[in-house]
Design a protein around this ligand. Sequence first.
Ligand code: NDP
Length: 385
Amino acid sequence: MKTVSILGATGSVGTSTLDIVERHPDLYRVAALTAANNVNALADAAVRTRASLAVVADDTRYAELKERLAGSDCRVASGPEGLREAAAGEADWVMAAIVGCAGLEPVMAAVSAGKTVALANKEALVTAGALMTDAASRSGGIILPVDSEHNAIFQCLGTRNCETVRRLVLTASGGPFRTWSAVAMADATPKQAVAHPNWSMGAKISIDSATMMNKGLELIEAHHLFGLPSDRIDVMVHPQSVIHSMVEFIDGSILAQMGSPDMRIPIAHTLAYPARVESGAERLDLIRFGQLTFEEPDEARFPALRLAREALEAGGNAAIVLNAANEVAVAAFLAGRISFGEIAKMAEEALASRPNTSPASIEDVIAIDAVARRQAQTNLEGAAA
Ligand code: NDP
């Protein structure tokens, strides 16, 4: 019996993880579940799964969660200390599914405690990739990629050495605006931008998919997970989202991983790894698709992709600054404060004006992230005034 904790249990990836765990009560026992402030969904899941710990990140919701779980065997905690306990406590396997850089400290706590970490929270790896992989080597922790593209590459690589790899190919659906002109896209609404054609996801990653910043962050993520340089990681638009990514080897062979666009497939892979379990996902019917198509990404209409590659190649603090500015810009877009076209502009401005520093510790990453967020907020307020 594997003991599992889910950080971000009330989100899109978190609830998909709970769905698989609850299908297999004979295989998995829930240790800790966390949320930012959705006390109702957190308490319901904790009662259903008989979790031993429920953590709400927002301290002001502690009393409410405590009341909701009164009479159950589930302990209640809150704030950063509670998140750390959920990450580094009794679980063998930890799902990292908090959205944004807010997940960085709990992920590092789990990795440093030597856990097997199923990593969905790409922003944590984008901002602190080298520090995280170093921490895993020191602690014996294992990072298993949940992002469908990286999970696909991980499956294609198997036990093969990356020296036999010519390049990695990350596939991208192209998002809801794949065929839109730059002019039409500039004024797209949040409702149009979150309407992903193939995947059902949380709001932030859905906007990132629409700008293609998501693919840019995945490029940086792939570099940290698989150790290949930027010029050996390509992006290909594949609108059907059937092939989740590919690996081209030096002998010319290309291996691809396919499946329905359902996050329960990569999540189940990391949960059972190296075994397999039933995920509940719909089986892939290739005949229904008939054709699979591929296109070159258009970096003129989707500048976020180019910006992320530039940040990866620049190193130092570039990816942290890019990610922070993007998180602030996406929140501002969702709140109706800026247009869709301004998201990438804010990220570009932040990259161009950043001081050149390099983080040597997680504390440095958090400090660089905080300064970049403040700067992006100031720029926003300046533009609105
Ligand atoms: P959601 O927005 O659906 O869920 C986010 C989860 O994190 C919720 O449980 C939320 O709690 C919690 N959370 C949010 N902010 C904080 C915070 N400051 N402190 C602690 N907890 C917090 O996100 P997704 O599930 O879509 O994405 C999660 C991560 O996985 C992201 O990094 C995303 O890029 C990545 N990912 C997602 C995929 C998907 O299909 N959704 C695919 C591949 C990767 P609450 O509900 O209380 O707000």
